[in-house]
Design a protein around this ligand. Sequence first.
Ligand SMILES: *Cc1c(COP(=O)(O)O)cnc(C)c1O
Length: 295
Amino acid sequence: MIELDIYSPTEEIFSPLFTKKELRVFVKRDDMIHPFISGNKWRKLKYLLLEAQKQNKKHLVSFGGAYSNHLLATACAGAKFGFKTTGFVRGEAVKNDILSLCQLFGMKLIFTDRESYKNKQLLFDKHFQSDPLAFFIDEGGASQEAIKGCSELLDELNIEYDHIFCAAGTGTTIAGITKGIKERSLKSQIHVIPVLKGADELKTEIEINSGCKDFEFHQNYHFGGYAKTDESLMTFIKNFCKETGILIEPVYTGKMFYALFDLIAHDHFEAGSEILAIHTGGLTGISGMHDRFNF
Ligand SMILES: *Cc1c(COP(=O)(O)O)cnc(C)c1O
């Protein structure tokens, strides 16, 4: 039986900036759900795993880049709940901490050139058509099941926050949260921080998946694109970690918190507002980033 009690507390963080602007900021600690089935990746996988189990599948097959938090989550969840796992990894064969952990959790890796990688269903069919036990999970877990899983985060909140912040890659997580807000008739204003450049399509996709257009889309915090950083972002992250005791990383949560602080500094919120930032996890790779932090 697939069960994982969620431990994701909410805590308030403090900064002279918040005091000055008369705001309160809280962090939903989804990074604490599990060290490897991290944050939103657990929420996204939950109903997919239940569906795989329902269909008597025994082998999870999924897709990701060489630093994919999703592949790691799938590998660990597979090991925990008794599924075999295979991960198609985009690009030439490489070694890194994330992929080693995937393998340690028993995942078989298939490195795939960028052209073939584009058609995931074809890859799956080619390798696993004859395996009735194989279960397809799209890159990042993107699916209706994932949207449903993410929307459940709202049931864990004790306050109806005025604003909710979340980083977006595929936008599945934020679509789930936006949909959940609508379903529960909450008044919280959603703020999306895309971590990649040129995210117009992403906006449309979130609108379609959530059935809602009423969110703020902050396009200008991608720092040059996916996994790109600059000195101001890295300095911000160092200060944030030092001042809150909460780790964040440069690919997702660093950009989201940077945006939040920047918008606060520019008086984007009314005094008295209560703001929730969702910490989506993704900290596994951070120990390998010492050169980027320039200590
Ligand atoms: C995958 C990931 C995201 C993005 O989630 P999407 O559903 O793809 O938008 C955000 N934060 C972290 C830490 C992630 O690993």
